[in-house]
Design a protein around this ligand. Sequence first.
Ligand SMILES: [Fe+2]
Length: 323
Amino acid sequence: MVKKNDISLSVDEVVTTIRVNGIKAGWEQWVLFMSDNHHDSVYCERDLEREHLEEAKKRNAWIFILGDLFDAMQGRFDPRRSMEELRPEYRREDYYDYVVKDIAEFLSPYNDNIKLICPGNHELGVLRYANTNLTDRLVYKLRDAGANIIHGGYGGWVRFLFEINGGSYPGYSMKYFHGAGGEAPVTRGVIQTNRQAVYLPDADIVVNGHNHNAYYVPISRERVSNQGKLYMDIQHHIRVPGYKNGYGNGRGGWEVTRGGVPKPVGAVWMRMYFDYADTRKIKGNNNGLIKLQFIPDIRGAANLADVTAVYAGKIYDEDRGGA
Ligand SMILES: [Fe+2]
């Protein structure tokens, strides 16, 4: 168990527990759900990615990265590789090594905020075909620089436990799953909320990524407590779109030629806050009430440069001067 400030993180197989101690009136904690950054892709909208990371730093937020942080489709044996979609600084023999270093450098200013990094299908694809675990190497590197980051699974749980005025509050359980299945062009994957609501009865929050769509679907539930009291709650279903604008202007590229469509980009914030005044209204509740609020920051895709030249992706300041 690693203790830092008034938070303790512990891991028991697939369940990570974050316990917050000493909560007082007015306490709040922001959490940034990121997924599908595809940071090393030419189609990654890095300006928005950076904007969210900076905002997380300002808000002292915890950052969860839920798979496909890496794009990593340009390895020698990857059938999807394309010179047009390879950023110039990655044209190197040690492509995978360099991408790990590059992402570690990009994320290092946010080391104190990042709590969880999980693999997605892109990282597992590289593990399968090139026998290297990109997530593991990145987490190792960030931890080496002092970060306290959990290496999550493709799916897993995070429990948020709260200690308020010396008493314990049951908190919230979150199921994360990178995602599976295809494009879901008609339902945008919302149909998964019905399946997940059935097989994940203990989850208060269910977060997915993977198909680059976005939704927030609250499902209201009627419950009966162990003390025999009826109460209502909500299961929050969230789909995080990520930052990959793979469709571009629709002219060509991997996403367009396989029949992909334009997708939204962005991330979702969760705000946990202690509403003390509200607590006093609840009969028999001495411990307090932590509330949840979900705030998606979803934008329309930017108009990226046309993919007609050998390299026509956006050039960022850190690219200049090469590798
Ligand atoms: Fe993805």
